[in-house]
Design a protein. Structure first.
Length: 396
């Protein structure tokens, strides 16, 4: 990890762009910016389909540029922003432009592999990037981390577990790290039998007990694929081997993750389950800023519990760990197959347990190969999506 930028409280406002401004992470980021308007100048915002919200955000933040990934929404956005000086764009190329425009700091909060190319653009021009879009590291971790190094960019993990580790990891002494432990809430089906999980609905699956998040990550949390993706994310972000990354179920989501050192010390970061805390940490880094997250009241919580993850009931965990061990194109296949299967589950075309089945089928279908260029990743992603859709057709 390259740590170079310095922020002083009295420094000039930070210029910032938000990719995926209309989502859960995007709106939490904007909430923090609006509480500290003097500290930020907003350059670009991107969205996809929620034109009204994007236009409202662009006006409120006085952004230079607003764009939608879906070109069908161009006229609606142009209309909503008529009479302002805000430039308008549409299509994938406009999201790349939003990433390329000259902001010091970029929040990468698009969901899924759609975030890969824009996040990489921001990295390549040496920006400081707050990384929420874990899927980009899952499918192109080696290429992304190489690009960070080449460009002297700074990658600040926003995912709560990785943000926690980032806060307590001794980057100067990686050889003194014994392991890192990613905590997991266990999701809404932590206590469900496999038979019960076979008949759950999308509504049950998105109702996360602790966190309020976008639909895709909520389903991933329910299947525990989210923790599998986070395992791969952690492998790329931190100087540890795959066998040094543990997963521990902790239903209260108070300890966000921990680092164990060779002397037996374990350092953890704690907080309420509110993404505005890790987002604030990344936004203000290396300083800190106030966040409106509820303060942690441990006396009230009284008890913290822990248990090992159940790999039989949550096969996504082993699928992800095996994909990480196999390396090459396997994690990109895992991610693309999962995105398509999650979408099909949300549309009620497959059952909840079909999600890991489709992912496993796709992982077994390929001879995995080395990905040398971002185009190789995009190609694997595209082919896997086609094959996963066909596999899903056959289920019903
Ligand atoms: P979300 O669904 O609420 O928002 C997604 C954003 O991406 C929206 O702004 C949407 O317009 C945009 N988008 C969707 N499809 C797009 C496309 N094809 N091209 C361009 N933009 C597109 O998702 P979220 O919950 O905010 O999650 C965003 C990312 O952050 C994900 O990678 C997720 O894993 C990660 N993350 C989220 C949370 C959380 O609490 N929500 C926590 C940790 C990590
Ligand atoms: Mg997380």
């Amino acid at each position: 990890m390259v740590l170079s930028a310095q922020l002083h409280p009295q420094a000039a406002p930070r210029t910032i762009s938000i990719l995926g401004a209309t989502g859960s992470i995007g709106t939490s980021t904007i909430d923090l910016i609006l509480r500290n308007p003097d500290q930020f100048n907003v350059v670009a915002l991107s969205g996809n389909s929620n034109v009204d919200l994007l236009a409202k955000q662009a006006k409120e933040l006085n952004a230079d540029f607003a764009c939608v990934a879906d070109p069908k929404n161009y006229l609606a956005l142009k209309d909503a922003l008529s009479g302002t000086n805000i430039e308008v764009g549409a299509g994938e190329s406009s999201v790349l432009e939003a990433a390329t425009r000259n902001a010091d700091w970029v929040m990468a909060s698009i969901v899924g592999a759609a975030g890969l190319a824009p996040t990489l653009e921001a990295v390549k021009r040496g920006a400081t990037v707050g990384l929420a879009n874990k899927e980009s590291l899952v499918c192109a971790g080696d290429l992304m981390m190489q690009a960070v190094k080449n460009a002297g960019a700074v990658l600040l993990p926003v995912d709560s577990e990785h943000n926690a580790i980032f806060q307590v990891l001794d980057f100067d002494r990686p050889e003194r790290i014994e392991k890192i432990t990613l905590t997991a809430s266990g999701g809404p089906f932590r206590m469900f039998s496999t038979e019960d999980m076979a008949i759950v609905t999308p509504e049950q699956a998105v109702a996360h007990p602790n966190w309020s998040m976008g639909a895709k990550i909520s389903i991933d949390s329910a299947s525990m694929m989210n923790k599998g993706l986070e395992l791969i994310e952690a492998y790329h972000l931190f100087p540890v081997r795959e066998d040094q990354i543990d997963i521990l179920v902790h239903p209260q989501s108070v300890i966000h993750s921990m680092v164990s050192y060779v002397d037996g010390s374990v350092l953890a970061q704690l907080g309420s389950p509110d993404m505005r805390t890790p987002i604030a940490y990344a936004l203000a880094w290396p300083d800190r800023m106030e966040a409106p997250s509820p303060k942690l009241d441990l006396a009230k919580i009284a008890q913290l519990n822990f248990e090992s993850p159940d790999l039989d009931r949550f096969p996504a965990l082993s699928l992800a760990r095996n994909a990480l061990k196999q390396g090459k194109s396997a994690p990109a296949v895992l991610n693309a197959a999962n995105e398509i299967a999650v979408q099909a589950f949300l549309e009620r075309r497959i059952g909840f347990l079909d999600i890991p089945r489709v992912v496993e089928e796709m992982l077994e279908k390929y001879e995995h190969h080395v990905l040398r260029h971002i185009d190789d990743v995009l190609q694997v992603d595209k082919i896997t999506r086609i094959n996963a859709r066909q596999a899903i057709e056959k289920i019903h």
